[in-house]
Design a protein around this ligand. Structure first.
Ligand code: NDP
Ligand code: BG6
Length: 513
């Protein structure tokens, strides 16, 4: 397909960047309208390590609108500007350029206050109005809630009290970070609290995995190529494995992680979103409504397969190594109680009750302090059935792997004859490494912030998606509550033995970490 054919088949949403158009054409999209972006929690970890560096990178590549202003709302503003500069120097993707920084710094404004202080929100409102007048802007605001989830509703309510949630002239958008609740009920309450203040179309829920290029490429590979879709069903696919393994632990994150655990932290959101993209039908349009409709159908048909004692696994890292350095187990880390039952490894099996997927197990696993860092989706095809006994014996599993990170790319495992006498089949792989073909991809947060500014919600999960995902994992979390402490696994290993048993019971094995 030529680029113009691709554009014709996958028109850019609203003229500004549908997901498939953007992925294939490699263009992050047009500049947003003039806007002021407010970051609540600008002194926090996420803002320093991800948001500010991403905004700087967007400035560096000329992707911020000319009339962009950034307003940081913070309890302590004394040396915030120095801290912001340091975080850009340390964490931005692109090299530090004093000129870019100076021009961005001129656009950064700080408002001091705490979330329970309505007068501080009134000062914020006055500051935004002043910036609108000074730059001739029409009152377009993004409110980024980079704050502990317990403050989501408070901040929204304060915005409503000061009338900042609505405007007759400009648009208003609010960005919230995961976790979106800790179970279905709390997630529904959060949805109600947000929608009391902002209409659903103004709420952008961040799942940064959807901002990763390889993840967007799942749709491109499936729907822009003719060869995969005819095989994409239970007649040809044996099973799917979704793995997100991290080599690091949760040192220093006890405040967030204890009592949350691996299933809530990444399966309920990132990994079920990957599943939705792998399993969804082709959308009517590659825009926010079209893609959300198909993801919702898949997630609503997704169910845990049991019995859970056999089809799931849970672990907590013990002592061992992290990137070759000796480390203690979770229960000996600062902030975690010695009897913490928080899982750092979780695996489960789900099925999708649709005609396309009935009978195909999806095995999902994630863990901290595992042998190496990787995130991938591996689709294993059924072996050939009509060959002679000799060719059946020689058959290999064809596996299509989407490597999300590191070394993002796609590989296809096939069998090939080994040179020499006889017919000896050897598994080989055909590969495509994104970095060898395309320019370096933007960081997920660059892409997502840019999309918020442009008003393209395609890469943001909707409330229904979040709630269906909780419906999938809630029964497993309830089951684990009655199971005592998770099995200990060695830091630096491939996880608990129960995870290996989970797959061997089905006569399959996890891909090697
Ligand atoms: P932090 O605890 O590091 O930062 C919280 C921020 O909120 C700080 O700037 C803090 O200000 C501010 N804050 C807290 N209470 C008040 C208050 N009463 N009034 C005014 N400001 C207040 O959290 P993170 O940055 O790690 O996380 C932010 C959000 O992002 C959370 O929802 C988290 O779950 C989510 N997230 C974070 C990730 C990460 O990598 N950090 C990854 C994915 C999601 P002060 O400096 O004064 O305390
Ligand atoms: C976050 C989780 O959402 O994703 C973290 O809260 C995890 O626990 C992180 O470490 C992983 O993100 P990435 O992009 O490094 O794979």
């Amino acid at each position: 397909m030529t680029v113009s054919e691709v554009q014709e088949r996958y028109p850019l949403a609203g003229g500004s960047g549908g997901v498939v158009g953007a992925a294939l054409i490699g263009n992050i999209g047009q500049l947003a309208e003039p806007v002021s972006m407010v970051i609540f929690g600008i002194t926090g970890d996420l803002a320093r390590k991800k948001l500010l560096p991403a905004i700087y990178d967007l400035a560096h590549s000329g992707q911020l609108p000319a009339d962009f202003d950034l307003v940081g709302f913070a309890r302590e503003t004394a040396d915030a500007e120095t801290q912001l500069r340091e975080s850009v120097t340390a964490y931005a993707r692109t090299p530090f350029d004093p000129e870019v920084w100076e021009s961005l710094a001129e656009r950064i404004h700080l408002v001091q206050g705490s979330f329970d202080d309505t007068a501080a929100f009134a000062r914020l409102s006055a500051r935004l109005a002043e910036l609108d007048v000074r730059r001739g802007k029409s009152g377009n605001y993004v409110f980024y809630l980079s704050v502990p989830p317990s403050f989501f509703a408070t901040v929204c309510d304060q915005l409503a009290i000061c009338g900042l949630n609505r405007s007759a002239h400009g648009w208003r958008r609010v960005v919230v970070e995961k976790p979106f609740g800790h179970d279905l009920a709390s997630s529904q309450s959060l949805g109600v609290a947000l929608e009391r203040v902002f209409p659903p179309s103004s709420i952008y829920r961040i799942d940064h995995y959807l901002g990763k290029e390889t993840v967007q490429n799942i749709l491109a590979l499936r729907f822009a190529n003719g060869m995969f879709e005819p095989l994409w069903n239970n007649r040809h696919i044996d099973h799917v494995q979704i793995t997100m393994a991290e080599s690091v632990g949760v040192t220093g994150r006890a405040g967030y992680y204890d009592g949350v655990g691996a299933a809530r932290d990444v399966i309920q959101n990132h990994l079920l979103q990957l599943l939705a993209l792998i399993a969804m039908e082709e959308p009517v349009a590659f825009d926010a409504d079209g893609i959300a409709a198909e993801k919702i159908k898949v997630l609503s048909a997704t169910e845990l397969l049991g019995p859970l004692a056999e089809t799931s696994a849970r672990g907590q890292y013990g002592a061992g190594v992290e990137n070759d350095v000796p480390v203690p187990g979770l229960a000996d880390e600062a902030g975690f109680p010695a009897d913490s039952a928080t899982e750092t490894f979780a695996a489960l099996t789900v099925g999708i009750a649709t005609r396309r997927w009935a009978g195909v197990p999806f095995f999902i696993r994630t863990g901290k302090r595992l042998a190496r860092r990787t995130a991938e989706i591996a689709v294993t095809f059924t072996p050939p059935v009509h060959g002679s006994p000799a060719s059946r014996a020689a058959a290999v599993s064809n596996v299509l792997v989407f490597r999300v990170q590191p070394d993002d790319g796609i590989e296809l495992h096939i069998g090939a004859k080994r040179p020499g006498g006889g017919m000896h089949i050897q598994p080989v792989s055909l590969g495509m490494d994104f970095r060898s073909v395309f320019d370096p991809a933007p960081e997920a947060y660059e892409r997502l912030i840019c999309d918020v500014l442009r008003g393209d919600a395609t890469l943001f999960p909707r409330r229904e998606e979040v709630e269906w995902s909780w419906k999938v994992v809630d029964p497993l979390l309830d089951y684990w509550t009655g199971c005592g402490r998770p099995e200990t696994y060695r830091s630096g290993s491939s996880g608990p033995a129960s995870a290996e048993r989970m797959l061997s019971r089905t006569a399959r094995a996890w891909r090697t970490l």
